[in-house]
Ligand binder design. Structure first.
Ligand code: FES
Ligand code: CO
Length: 326
């Protein structure tokens, strides 16, 4: 399956796990249908293909000992680079075969997530990290397990005209559903909309009335962002969506919200609010047909307010994203 992935998919960082999910035991994860094992040593986090080259047992069934991943079946020991450093059944005077290696993937940990890249990373960190302003209060939300294709989830996030219906009372008002025309531009490879004004009766669930200004961004096939700004009081946040496409129709989504207001307030209310929104979106994305996002623009009917969705589909086509698309 991995051989079918385009360079644009392989060079991206994907959020494999929460840092808090990875302790002293190996943990399995899945990306593009590929089984991966993650583990932690004194040198940091590591990711391998979850397969022992000896007899094909998942390495995630094993254990971590002395900074080595030990296979459960015959005890072969792999160091953090994937090299087999000990084969217990091999007499001491025999060399370990050169081919005794695990396939290692690039892996690092930041903002409470363990990130992996199956190919050669395009950059040291996901490109949107550049917008993670230190001054902002950052909170991690998720994981949200969704029985939906990754591209369907990203497109739902970029969809401005559903706010007044799916999230009525929280993010919009169905009495004020009209969306002005907006353009999609590109800066340094990032797709970005003009600011779109959305009437918000009860923004952020905090009982204030305001007109909110939304800017949507696409950073990669499975990474998007929203900047929401209240021009009356200067409050704003960035909301980053990062999707782990596990299989074509099963995904894990994480969000990072970086806000410039209520920085001393506990994060729980922000997380609970996002959890509510995701449950509302779940009903849509888990029921869309076809399940895979159609990249043929004739396949569904588009309006001007869907311009970002159109741009996203076109970009997925350019990127050669064949996973979760049709
Ligand atoms: Fe892993 Fe034999 S299958 S050591
Ligand atoms: Co929504």
């Amino acid at each position: 399956m991995i051989d079918d992935l385009s360079p644009a998919m392989l060079e991206q960082w994907y959020p494999a796990l929460l840092s808090s999910e990875l302790h002293d035991k190996p943990v399995p994860a899945k990306l593009f249908g590929q089984q991966i094992v993650l583990f932690r040593t004194s040198n940091g986090v590591h990711a391998f293909k979850d397969l022992c080259i000896h007899r094909g047992v998942p390495l995630s069934l094993g254990k971590v000992e002395n900074d080595e991943l030990v296979c459960a079946y015959h005890g072969w020991r792999y160091n953090g680079c994937g090299n087999c450093v000990r084969i217990p059944s091999l007499p001491a005077d025999r060399a370990i075969p050169d081919k005794a290696k695990a396939s290692a993937y690039a892996c690092f940990e930041q903002h409470g997530l363990v990130w992996i890249c199956l190919g050669t990373p395009k950059a040291d960190v996901p490109s949107f990290f550049a917008n993670m302003d230190e001054e902002l209060k950052i909170v991690l939300m998720g994981p949200y397990e969704l029985a939906a294709a990754g591209p369907r989830i990203v497109e739902n996030f970029l969809d401005v005209s559903h706010l007044m219906f799916v999230h009525e009372g929280l993010l919009g008002d169905s009495q004020f559903p009209e969306i002005q025309d907006y353009r999609v531009n590109e800066y340094n490879g990032v797709l970005r909309t003009d600011e779109i004004v959305v009437f918000q009766p009860d923004a952020d669930g905090r009982g204030t009335s305001m007109n909110s200004h939304y800017t949507y961004e696409v950073y990669g096939p499975f990474t998007a962002a929203l900047i929401k700004r209240n021009p009356d009081n200067g409050e704003m946040f960035h909301l980053f969506l990062m999707v782990l496409p596990m299989t074509e129709q099963k995904s894990r989504a994480y969000m990072l919200k970086a806000r410039n207001y209520d920085k001393d307030a506990p994060d729980d209310a922000f997380i609970a609010f996002q959890d509510t929104l995701i449950e509302q979106d779940r009903v849509m994305v888990e029921n869309q047909k076809p399940e895979l996002l159609p990249l043929d623009l004739q396949a569904e009917l588009h309006l001007k307010c869907d311009r970002m969705s159109i741009a996203y589909r076109q970009r997925l086509k350019q990127w050669g994203v064949t996973f979760g698309t049709a």
